[in-house]
Each structure stands twice: as C-alpha cells, then as structure tokens.
Design a protein around this ligand. Structure first.
Ligand code: SF4
Length: 490
C-alpha cells in the first residue's frame, strides 16, 4: 500500500531489461525502497510524478499516461471495479493542489530501455549538464523561480526527450486540403451522418459488402470497429480497405489495446496506400471484458493521445516516431472517441482538450439517448474554446429490443437509456422496432439543431437495415440538416 495514496493496491515493480552497473543498481534499489511504499511507484523508469500530482499513474491497469479511458465509472476503474481509477484520483488531486495545468502536456510512451532503472541519477546528470549555477544561483536565473528553473532545465528535457517533444499547445493541421470525403463534408458545414458497421466473424466478405452497400448511400463515412468488447473479428483495416474498394469513405478504428508504436505507424501507412484516410484512435475495451483465455490486461504500449500525436506528426511533419523521414506523407483525418458521461464535464474537458491538441480533428461519442444531457459537456467545451477546433459527431442507436436497453443500462459505463425511453419501448409492445426508430429519428433531429454538434454517428448494433429508415424519417419531416456553420471549425 502506498502511503501517499492510501488504500492503493501494491503492484510489482518493473525489472530492468539489461544488467546495470553496480552504482545504478544501488540507486535503483534505493529509489524503489523509498518511492515504492510512498507513492506505489512501479519503477517504470520514465517518472511522471511531477505531472500526476504525485500519484503513480502506472497503477492504471492499462498503464495510460495521458488521462483516463472512457471506462471510468463513478470514479472507479471498470477493469477492476474494486479500485478507484488512478487517473480520476490524479485529476482530483491536481485540482486540489492547483496543478491541473500540468495535466495538459502530451506525454511520451514509456521508453522500455529505461523501465526498472533509476531516475534520480538522471535528474542529477541533467542538472549538471544544464549548469548547476544557472539553476541554483538566484542572480543567474533572471527573474524565474527555482521551481521554474528546475522545470525548464531538468524535468522537462527528461520527460520530453527529443524523439517525442510533446507540449500542451494546440497544433492545427498543417495541411489545408481535406484529406477525405468525411473531412470535406464536415468542413462544408453540412450536418453529417456516419454509421458503424460491425466487422464479420468469418473470413469471407460477402455479407460485409452487402452491409456496406446498404449503408453507403445514406452516410458520409462508415466506421469499422477494432475488436470491440475485446472479441476478435475481421480487422478494421481489412474492412476499411473493402469499403474503400466499394467507393465508401471508411473510418478505420485503431484500439490501443492491440497496437504497438510500430504497428500503428505501419498500419497507418499501409491503410493509406489502400485508400483509407480517416483514423479513429481509441484506448479499446480491456481484455477483461472479452472472452477467456485473456491476453495481457496490463499496460498498453501507446495510449490514444500518443497515437494521435504520432499520426499527426507523420502527416504534418513527415516523420516516423524514430525520426526517419516519410517521403510521401500519409493523408490523414484524425479522430478520437469520447465518452461524454464518464466523468464530471470539467474533468472531461481536460481529456478532450488533450486529444484535440494532440491531433484529433473529429470526435465520435459513445451512445447518447438524451440529447439535452450533453449540454453541460458542450458548455465546458465552449468555455475551453474547444468547439471551434473539432467536429463533434454524437453517437446514437436504435434499440432493437427492451432487453438490449436494459443491458446497456446495467453493463456499459457512461451509457444511460432514460426512463422515458424505457417506458416508450415497453408500452410499444409489438410495435417496439417502429417506436425505437422513431425515437432515434427524433434524437437525430434534436442533435442537428444543437450548437457545437456537427453530425451524428449511428451505431446500429447489428441492425444496419434500420439505418435508411431512420435517416429517411428524420429528413422527411422537413428537418434542415444543413447547418449554418455555427460551432463547426472553420
Ligand atoms: S483502465 Fe481506465 S478506468 Fe481503469 S484506471 Fe485506467 S483509466 Fe481509469
């Protein structure tokens, strides 16, 4: 148990990959003995305690380094519901300590060469290289405090190595041309509809092609999930390539759960070559919610914020993470997932800001059944000047049965089917499907009038056939899906 974070569960420390010199081993042991009991330190060798309000973020079962995933449920972790979400604790304490500004910096993935090794020695070495006089002598610091000098000369260079160079600034896309049909349509200011198609469980594409052909005329782009619920299916990359070959604009989802920094870059380049330009980066469901035997439930290689950062630099700066030049840069329109009700809207705004600053140009939300419940989050986004920097597509879904509605309510964190909708579905009896389509069409219409909402993302949950009817119903009732451009990034 960590003294600094009471009740924190102890997790074993990482071990160094290679044998270290005796001096460094001794220092690492000392650090482990001190920081282990005090902070629950796992010796990742890439210390971020300064940025995380002195709570070790490596307690997060996913090892996320840039904020919580969408699964945080009333402050608790959905992977292990008996423990508080490490990042929720970090956010809370950062606010209490007035250190919330530190949460905005896009932090690098773990350099595994350093895992299990000491970090104190590195602090001393960096301080000596920067010049002890510059840091510690008031006359040489030219109006900055000792804390600021240490931050600038020592801690920042350590946590932001040259191969990463992360910051807390907004980086508007360096490309001016729309990179995909989806981006072009969103930029036009028209209200956009995208839909999700679940990849098949088989190795044939006949049914997939059929679904794509059914959905394509009604939407601007089609998402393909990436092993959602941690269940293996046809890859999102393969489905996206099939969709591109059929003339649809695919959104390839990449979940951090199954992705390494190498595979991300290879996949982005390869998919681009096959006509896939929209990429949605998300953490992905933990293997904990998938079938047994389960894969590692411990530490993703890169998180969704880092994925966005890497992909944005591939497109805008033409470099791989290791610094190699990309001769023909990929054309990418980058998106991120948003769980609107996972946390307090003020805390959510930090996470959203970080994703947008890292490179997200569009956000697709988890399921929303009550459009007005989005208002507090939209207000926070407006307050933080985020609405003008991102296209927001709100997730909606027709519910094919009452049991599905009940399942969502009790099993999916952050998804709430309101009582009024439950009652309408229950009262509908044999007309349930029709009533469900009517509810979805109503929500679509309401959302099309909301300031800051650029479109909807329909997740038919296996009921793709309902999609044309929903969209037709919403448009037939003379609803102008043409937007005025308000709330859309220019
Ligand atoms: S897995 Fe998600 S919910 Fe659990 S601690 Fe990590 S960020 Fe929080």
């Amino acid at each position: 148990m960590a003294l600094f974070t009471p009740l924190r569960r102890w997790q074993p420390a990482f071990r160094p990959f290679s044998r270290q010199p005796a001096g460094r081993r001794l220092l690492a042991l000392t650090e482990r003995v001190v920081k282990g009991p005090l902070f629950g330190c796992r010796m990742c060798g890439n210390c971020l305690l300064q940025e995380t309000a002195f709570i070790c973020h490596m307690a997060c079962p996913k090892g996320l380094r840039n904020g919580p995933c969408g699964g945080v449920n009333n402050g608790y972790c959905y992977v292990d519901p008996t423990r508080r979400c490490a990042w929720h604790l970090i956010y809370e304490r950062s606010y209490r300590m007035h250190r919330e500004h530190k949460l905005l910096e896009v932090l690098p993935p773990v350099d595994w060469d350093r895992a299990g090794t000491e970090t104190w020695g590195e602090v001393v070495r960096t301080a000596r290289m920067a010049g002890l006089r510059t840091i510690f002598f008031p006359s040489a610091r030219k109006g900055i405090t000792l804390g600021e000098a240490l931050e600038e000369k020592v801690f920042r260079p350590i946590r932001q190595p040259d191969w990463w160079r992360g910051d807390s600034e907004y980086h508007p896309p360096a490309v001016t041309e729309p990179q995909s049909a989806l981006e072009r349509e969103l930029r036009s200011g028209r209200f956009v509809i995208t839909a999700e198609v679940t990849p098949p469980l088989t190795a044939t594409t006949a049914r997939l092609r059929e679904k794509i052909t059914t959905v394509k005329p009604f939407v601007t782009a089609i998402n393909f999930t990436d092993g959602s619920s941690a269940v293996p299916r046809m890859s999102s990359a393969a489905c996206s390539a099939v969709a591109a070959s059929l003339g649809a604009d695919p959104v390839m989802q990449i979940s951090a759960r199954d992705t390494t920094r190498n595979s991300l870059q290879s996949m982005a380049i390869g998919a681009n070559a096959l006509g896939v330009h929209n990429i949605l980066c998300l953490s992905g469901d933990s293997p904990r919610v998938g079938p047994a035997p389960r894969s590692s439930m411990n530490i993703v290689d890169i998180d969704s914020v880092q994925m966005l950062w890497i992909l944005r630099r591939m497109r805008d700066e033409g470099i791989y993470l290791d610094g190699r030049e990309i001769k023909n840069r990929p054309k990418l329109f980058l998106g991120a997932a948003l769980a609107p009700f996972a946390q307090d809207p003020a805390l959510q705004a930090i996470r959203i800001r970080k994703k947008i600053y890292a490179g997200a140009q569009f956000l697709q939300t988890n399921l929303v059944f009550d459009p007005d419940s989005l208002d507090p989050l939209l207000e926070q986004m407006e307050k933080n000047d985020l609405l003008g920097k991102v296209f927001l597509l709100v997730g909606i879904s027709p519910l094919k049965s009452l049991s599905l509605a009940k399942y969502l309510n009790s099993n999916i964190p952050g998804v709430k089917v309101p009582d009024a909708i439950m009652k309408r579905l229950a009262d509908a009896g044999t007309r349930l499907e029709e009533e469900s389509i009517a509810i979805t069409a109503e929500n679509l219409k309401k959302l099309s009038k909301k300031h800051g909402v650029s479109g909807v993302h329909i997740m038919p949950l296996g009921w793709e056939d309902s999609l044309p009817v929903i969209i037709k119903r919403a448009t037939d009732e003379a609803i102008h899906l043409e937007r005025t451009g308000q709330g859309n990034p220019s």
